[in-house]
Write a protein that binds this ligand. Structure first.
Ligand SMILES: *Cc1c(COP(=O)(O)O)cnc(C)c1O
Length: 429
């Protein structure tokens, strides 16, 4: 199995020690289920490794992977800080009782209203994307009598060979300010002149689904060289260096997996040696994992409806959800492991595409999956859906979003309620 929280008992698929067919029966489908212990375990791996290998470091959970109140509560109790990218994520964190001192506000286009909202709520740091945003923050912070701490987001110009759609570290990315073009150096000079901004350091995020430490080493090298250059040019020495997120997660048995602790160790050795060679202090290191904290802590359960066999062509298994709860195949052709949960040990002789219920032929969960003979009423499980599923869900076709059932050590609870038809018309007049 692709993760150690998945198993088979009495022919049924289990997740976090529970029979998923029983969960589907009790709570209804479609249903997101999440393994609270797995979330705690994953964030602890980062927290402990960063503590062991650096003098000063902090893990920040990238909220965009999966954001709801309980998630902030669980991760904050495990010592995590947070990345947020919108007023909505900030509001959710606040509603969960999180103070924002260890929160970093990202986004390539923060509106003035976002900036005001964040400053009013004592945002710890802004991760500033571009020079216009520096000016907007300088102005608003000045009006509010605040000296705002920021990092500057820079693009180190690396192609990590992941999917184009999730590739963000290249020089022509929409994110950040490029080092290669000289614009990064200019923005630092500009920021250092701002009275209402305290520049704390730099940020880079190279991409997603990265499996090799080499990519992080190349990123660190470019960023540390830049820190040294800024020290020489402006006498400014960065106190913080944020290396972004992007550690990969296996979605199928064909994917590699990564030893996060070993990776952080490798990166730390490199960073310490490099700082030593450059004659700069080791900055506080930040990492912002999203996917690798929550992806394999999640699974989606569906009920099979129509099974269509187009003789001589193709078979379709239609499920009671689809791109509304998981748009990732439609967006990037993402791979998933799909299992007929009640027939987990039966021989897989039936090839079918698993599709959703939306009026859109791109509404596909996975193409050409091998399943046992599957029929209406079977429970279909899609594994590794904890990241970028609920957070990307929509109400297309006015379909209600599923509930999130949290499976804790000795209890289970609804962390996000299933949307009702009344919710669907709540804002209509
Ligand atoms: C998306 C993102 C992350 C998290 O990436 P994962 O691949 O989910 O770990 C971290 N930092 C930034 C700036 C991001 O955009």
């Amino acid at each position: 199995m692709i993760c150690n929280n998945i198993g088979i008992e009495n022919g049924h698929l289990t997740f976090a020690g529970r029979d998923v067919c029983s969960l589907a029966k009790e709570y209804g489908t479609p249903l997101y289920i999440m393994d609270e212990e797995k979330i705690r375990e994953k964030i602890s791996i980062y927290r402990k490794a960063l503590k062991e290998y650096f003098d000063e470091a902090q893990v920040l959970y990238a909220s965009k992977a999966c954001s709801f109140k309980k998630m902030y509560e669980i991760l904050s109790a495990e010592g995590s800080g947070f990345d947020v990218v919108s007023s909505g994520e900030i509001f959710t964190a606040l509603k969960a009782g999180i103070s924002l001192e260890n929160v970093y506000f990202h986004s390539n286009n923060k509106t003035d209203a976002d900036i005001e909202f964040a400053i009013d709520n004592k945002m710890g740091y802004f991760v500033v994307d571009n020079v216009e945003e520096v000016d907007a923050i300088e102005k608003i912070a000045g009006e509010k009598g605040v000296k705002q701490k920021i990092l500057l987001r820079l693009t180190p110009g690396i192609d990590p060979h992941t999917y184009e759609a999730v590739n963000t570290g290249k020089v022509d990315s929409k994110f950040g300010t490029a080092i290669e073009t000289g614009q990064a150096k200019e923005i630092v000079g500009h920021t250092l002149k701002c009275e209402n901004i305290e520049l704390m350091g730099f940020h880079c995020h190279i991409g997603s689904q990265v499996f090799d430490s080499d990519t992080f080493l190349r990123g660190s090298e470019i960023m540390l060289d830049f820190i040294k250059e800024m020290k020489d040019v402006y006498g400014f020495e960065a106190k913080q260096l944020d290396l972004g997120g992007g550690y990969g997660v296996p979605y199928t048995d064909a994917d590699p997996s990564i030893d996060i602790k070993e990776n952080i160790k490798t990166v730390s050795i490199f960073i310490k040696e490099k700082c030593n060679a450059l004659g700069i202090n080791v900055p506080k290191i930040l990492m912002e994992p999203g996917r690798s904290i929550v992806a394999d802590a999640g699974m989606t359960l569906y009920t099979c409806g129509t099974v269509k066999k187009i003789t001589g062509y193709k078979n379709y298994v239609s499920i009671d959800g689809g791109m509304t709860d998981n748009p990732r195949f439609a967006l990037y052709g993402s791979k998933y492991t799909v299992i007929n949960a009640g027939k987990a040990e039966e021989e897989k002789t039936f090839k079918a595409s698993v599709v959703g219920r939306c009026c859109e032929s791109g509404d596909i969960i996975q193409e050409d999956v091998m399943l046992p003979e599957t029929e209406r009423g079977d429970i279909i499980a899609v594994c590794t859906t904890g990241a970028y599923n609920y957070s990307m869900a929509s109400n297309y076709n006015r379909i209600c979003r599923p509930a999130i059932l949290m499976l804790a050590k000795d209890k289970e609870y609804i962390a996000v309620k299933r949307e009702s038809l009344e919710d669907i018309v709540r804002n209509d007049i």
